[in-house]
Write a protein that binds this ligand. Structure first.
Ligand SMILES: [Zn+2]
Ligand SMILES: [Zn+2]
Length: 342
């Protein structure tokens, strides 16, 4: 059993990760500690067996979500469907991400970004703006597969170059035909593929890019104060997605080098994936699910960069009253306008 939670070096209370300082803080005596200071006292586990995480599993019966948290964090509702009856149990499985990007944004900052975002959505239902709903925004580590791949691609096509010139009283046209071939090998590092079915793929892609300069080796201590989702998309399945992505990109890169023809058309192309190796990583997002007329609407903030994405329904009533207001204004203008200038 591994020592999971960092303890305060002064008062032994549990420590919580503090995104702005990237350190761990004690909420009782307000001390702050760096990872190096804490690792010196609580050495990280040496073997994988020692590192069996002590985690709680929160399972939602109504939507099937599974979320993991350490003892510093507890869930009282399901993040995905807002169901208040979630079942807590001890997690006993493998949970060993290779990498992680820590949270850089605090929950308060995420709530502020949400407020700004929702205030620009004129026709969003009012309940989306209630403070008790905004409070439910939660920091979650989203599971990703990061692929290191090498591709070998060929693009073939026909290029035509037409030149005109005038000499004496003659006008010349020269048409040259080219067989164009481009071959290349590209190495890709850490191409991300969302490994969660619960998190909407389109929104998750809008969270990109994540900057890998802040990526560090996974350590349980980063879990304090946050939840994590276990992956439920197997790496083989994710590999299909990544193959398509890198193949498309390889083709595009090769094609972009073809220039200087009057016209060009592809005849064939093929991309071979030579190597592809995956690593399990956790990337930070703040998540808020709003329910409206039995549909769930997601809002997300990239926990590293603060990039925002989400969707809201349109409240018909709000839209109608807005239209009504405009109508009344126009009507008033027509009546009084007529009175003044008639
Ligand atoms: Zn303390
Ligand atoms: Zn649920």
């Amino acid at each position: 059993m591994g020592a999971l939670q960092y303890k305060c070096l002064n008062c032994k209370a549990g420590l919580e990760f503090d995104p702005p300082s990237q350190q761990w803080k004690c909420n009782y005596c307000f001390s702050m500690f760096s990872k190096e200071e804490l690792d010196a006292v609580h050495p990280p586990p040496k073997t994988e067996d020692e590192d069996t995480p002590e985690l709680d599993l929160y399972h939602c019966d109504s939507c099937g979500a599974d979320l993991l948290a350490d003892s510093t964090t507890s869930a009282t509702f399901c993040l995905y469907c807002k169901n208040p009856t979630i079942i807590k149990s001890r997690f006993s499985g493998r949970f060993k991400p290779r990498y992680l990007i820590p949270f850089f944004l605090t929950k308060d900052q995420a709530m502020e970004l949400y407020r700004k975002w929702i205030s620009r959505r004129l026709f969003a239902p009012s309940e989306f703006k209630y403070q008790e709903e905004i409070d439910k925004i939660t920091g979650v580590y989203a599971p990703f597969w990061l692929f290191d791949c090498k591709t070998n691609g060929t693009v073939r096509g026909k290029g035509i170059r037409v030149t005109h010139w005038v000499q004496g009283q003659y006008r010349y046209t020269r048409t040259q035909h080219f067989q164009v071939v481009r071959r290349g090998t590209i190495e890709y590092k850490k191409v991300p593929v969302d490994a969660s079915q619960k998190l909407d793929d389109t929104l998750m892609q809008l969270m990109e890019p994540y900057h890998y300069k802040d990526m560090t080796d996974f350590s349980m201590q980063y879990m304090s104060g946050f939840m994590a989702e276990k992956y439920d998309v197997e790496s083989e399945e994710a590999k299909t997605t990544v193959k398509r992505r890198v193949a498309q990109y390889t083709e595009k890169r090769l094609r972009d080098t073809i220039a200087g023809y009057t016209s060009y058309r592809d005849t064939d192309s093929n991309v071979m994936l030579e190597e592809c190796e995956e690593n399990y990583a956790l990337l930070p997002v703040y998540l808020l699910v709003n329910k409206y007329k039995d549909r769930e609407h997601l809002f997300m903030v990239n926990g590293q960069t603060g990039k925002v994405a989400g969707e809201t329904p349109i409240s018909r009533w709000k839209q109608l009253s807005f239209a009504g207001l405009i109508f009344a204004a126009v009507w008033l203008l027509a009546v009084f306008g007529g009175a003044f200038f008639g």
